[in-house]
Design a protein around this ligand. Sequence first.
Ligand code: CMC
Length: 430
Amino acid sequence: MNAERIATLHVDGQEYKLPVLKPAIGPDAIDIRKLYKMANLFTFDPGFTSTAACDSTITFIDGEAGELLYRGYPVDELAEHSHFLEVCYLLLYGELPNQSQLDDFEHRVTMHTMVHDQMTYFFRGFRRDAHPMAIITGVMGAMSAFYHDSTDIADPEQREIASIRMIAKLPTIVAMAFKYSIGQPFVFPKNNLNYAANFLHMCFKVPTEKFTAAKAVSRALDRIFILHADHEQNASTSTVRLAGSSGANPFACIAAGIACLWGPAHGGANEACLLMLREIGSVDRIAEFIRRAKDPSDPFRLMGFGHRVYKNFDPRAKIMKQSADEILHELGDSDNSTLQVARELERIALEDEYFQERCLYPNVDFYSGIILDAVGFPTDMFTPIFALSRTVGWISQWKEMIADPDVKIGRPRQMYVGKRNRHYQPVKAR
Ligand code: CMC
């Protein structure tokens, strides 16, 4: 990236010249990499609100315009016309595949959907009532123990095999976590089904009954996968990059991403949102919850509302809302009470000064839970489904970082504000 402009920083009568880098789109960035050496100064930006930690060619968000691009393609076009594995190819390799590339990619993923048989014993070590996020974090980390032959990050072929393995096996692992938690036998993948239909099959098939996922349901799920596939340098992706910057193996890095995703401010919001909508229960209780969300002395927040980057609307939420309407209509549940509460809550919040002034809009998690609930998933499966969708994004970002010859271990600095110059006292003297 060339610097076309220079920023000048004045400190204590000294002048420091800093290059201003120009990305393909989005705000320019002041390059402060040499600042510490030049001026013995750090910048202070907890939460990275004004700091770009890397350059990337994968995903772009225009928070003001409410736009999300995967490799330059608007996510709404992809959600309407594409399907998840094609989007995976796009994120991983940078281009939409032609037919033979797509066939080959689908074949490679499909041939890796089974997991090592010993993994089933590993699952049995978890308590029955373990949260599936706890299980998949552990099992993903354990994949480096089951697939030693794809942990050498210096070998591009091993990186590729590890990537395909994770994309192929995560649905199987998530479905196994689900089956384990409800005491049903594991269901093997069925390779003649598409990615979403196969996942539904592994989750809802029981040995005694036939199961075929409704086309509308697998299409809605596929759309959820697409909308969650990547989201530039969010907390979990940054976690994956930071873990990967030390040279950790890919399974360990993605396990770190899954752990980070679990928090309610991030991927855990979809579960928290549905629980909130259920707690509200009926439209006449919405005012009370809005009041609580606005009260600075109450830690309660409207789950599924607000975003660090989107300050206009979240384009994923728009598609998700439409998808929720369609799927509930398809399932004959248009009067769904949770959807009614969600619609009314959105309407009231968007007309409220507090939410308007702070640019708080529904995010992707506001409607996704309603769809997953209607399909039959319990709330604790919502975040695992987010994790399986985001895996391709994490992998694409990790691969991009590993292939960058200039990559350095991630190592933020700090402002130390603790005690200084103290001396040890024996315990009796304290
Ligand atoms: N309900 C009520 N007030 C809110 C909310 C909310 N959901 N979100 C932000 N605010 C207020 C916040 O109290 C603050 O007000 P004030 O200026 O008076 O102190 C102001 O808006 C700015 O909030 P912030 O915490 O500085 O914003 P942030 O960019 O650090 O946080 C967020 C972004 C997504 C963590 C936050 O909006 C939030 O906690 N939302 C609820 C959880 C959620 O839905 N998360 C999913 C995010 S999208 C999926 C994903 O990427 O994982």
